[in-house]
Design a protein around this ligand. Structure first.
Ligand code: AMP
Ligand code: GLY
Length: 434
């Protein structure tokens, strides 16, 4: 693989635990001389100077990258990608990791993606698109339950209703099209058939037609143990998810990955970046639930530690069109992350609670405490500033050991109202036993 001609100065865009993981990976990389981030959080600021430019301010981000003389920009979240940050950086001749605006449509428009999948006969739930309430309600009346209603645009993970009753489905249609609860993101909706099964996340580093398959992972979307309660941004993850065994992975590659990348080429999408394939493992086979155009959060936190090859080298080579997937090595370890959330998350998280962390010296081997919704207040104390506050990551030879180290650390972290799931990875542990 090619290497940069001189050590890199890297700008990481974003403010979650995913971006903290990327900042730490950059700091460990022999290819990197300096790391800066924007807007960051209290934990990122302890590892890299942070700026105040927000992740949705494309001209501000380009100006910052120029002012800081960044050699490489790594974009964490989807919003700047969908606003064309990578295209704007390309005009400024600054290499960046992440797809261009045209490819980012694959996350920014669920209607676009559904049409893409159906047109290319890639396995996915059948769905139809609506902008008028009456037509949507008439369609619902003909369909069986459960049924899934999705706002087409970006809605911070809140735009999907899996409706068990007709009344719930009708309310979701009206909320989106008439009551505009998702704003313009819900002007168009998708009504799709319900897929039964277990979910798994596949992330690939895609460099046009070349791709590196990262270990399969599983997120835990609901707030409560046993997958109960409200949906969240993700309360924990682990990898590799052994439910995606070698034969299933081969099937996913043949039926989904290769046809998808071939369709990108046919349709003029020049994809470079992470392609996140959300899958439902149905009795009839794997089916695409969604594409995201960036690393998942919290999945990123468990994938980076499993890369034997320097992650920054992989991202740099991808961005520069020289990725050599066969030269990339994955560790045969397990990684797990547990997300600590603030009081009353996800309904309306309370902010400003002081956080006490164990000293780094007390952390078990292989553990990192990554920050998400944290900031320093005027007195210099680190306080909660978002719903998902911290992501404790552990890597070990077994999933059981990784989870034990992560939970041992979670138990040492204190802030008022802190809560986290106790059953991250439990399904896989149960599978290992049986
Ligand atoms: P999405 O944002 O499209 O990934 O949807 C969010 C969540 O809703 C997914 O992670 C699934 O748990 C669920 N979901 C979405 N589409 C379907 C479907 N067709 N059938 C069953 N569950 C779904
Ligand atoms: N963990 C799911 C996501 O990042 O969208």
């Amino acid at each position: 693989m090619a290497s940069p001609s001189a050590p890199l100065k890297i700008l990481v865009v974003g403010s979650g635990a995913r971006e903290h993981a990327l900042v730490k990976a950059a700091r460990r990389s022999p290819l990197v001389r300096e790391v800066v981030a924007t807007p960051g959080n209290a934990g990122i600021a302890a590892d890299a100077p942070c700026f105040s430019v927000k992740a949705d301010d494309v001209p501000g981000l380009v100006a910052l990258a120029q002012k800081e003389k960044a050699d490489f920009v790594i974009v964490g979240p989807e919003v700047p990608l969908s606003l064309g940050l990578v295209d704007a950086l390309a005009v400024a001749k600054i290499p960046a990791f992440g797809p261009d605006r045209a490819c980012a449509q694959l996350e920014a428009s669920k209607v676009y993606t559904k049409k893409f999948l159906l047109r290319n006969k890639i396995p996915t739930a059948y769905g139809e698109t609506f902008t008028a309430t009456a037509a949507a309600l008439a369609y619902l009346a003909k369909k069986s339950l459960p049924i899934v209603i999705k706002a087409s645009g970006l809605a911070a993970g809140k735009g999907v209703t899996v409706a068990a009753t007709l009344a719930e489905a009708e309310a979701a249609v009206r909320d989106s099209l008439d009551n505009k609860i998702f704003g313009a993101s819900g002007d168009e909706i998708l009504i799709e058939d319900f897929l039964p099964g277990e979910e798994a996340s596949m992330m690939l580093i895609v460099c046009r037609e070349k791709y590196l398959i990262l270990p399969p992972s599983q997120d835990h979307k609901r707030i409560g143990d046993g997958d109960t309660g409200a949906n969240t941004g993700g309360m924990g993850a682990y990898a590799p998810a052994v439910i995606v065994d070698a034969p299933l992975l081969a099937r996913i590659e043949k039926e989904i990955i290769r046809p998808t990348l071939a369709a990108f080429t046919r349709e003029g999408l020049h994809y470079r970046g992470v392609l996140y394939i959300g899958l439902m493992l149905t009795p009839a086979g794997p089916s695409v639930v969604e594409f995201n155009v960036r690393f998942g959060d919290p999945e990123c936190q468990v994938l980076l530690p499993l890369l034997e090859t320097d992650p920054i080298k992989i991202l740099w080579d991808c961005a520069n069109g020289v990725l050599d997937p066969a030269a990339c090595r994955i560790k045969s370890h397990f990684a797990a992350t547990v997300v600590l959330a603030s009081y009353n998350y996800p309904a309306s998280p309370r902010l400003g609670d002081a956080i006490t962390l164990p000293p780094n010296a007390n952390l078990p081997a292989g553990v990192d405490i990554l920050h998400a919704g944290t900031k320093k207040n005027a007195d210099g104390a680190v306080v909660t500033s978002g719903g998902r506050v911290l992501s404790v990551v552990a890597t070990a030879p077994t999933l059981r050991a990784a989870l034990a180290a992560a939970y041992q650390t979670c138990d040492q972290i204190k802030f008022a109202g802190a809560h986290f799931r106790r059953d991250i990875g439990a399904r896989q542990l149960a599978r290992e036993k049986s």
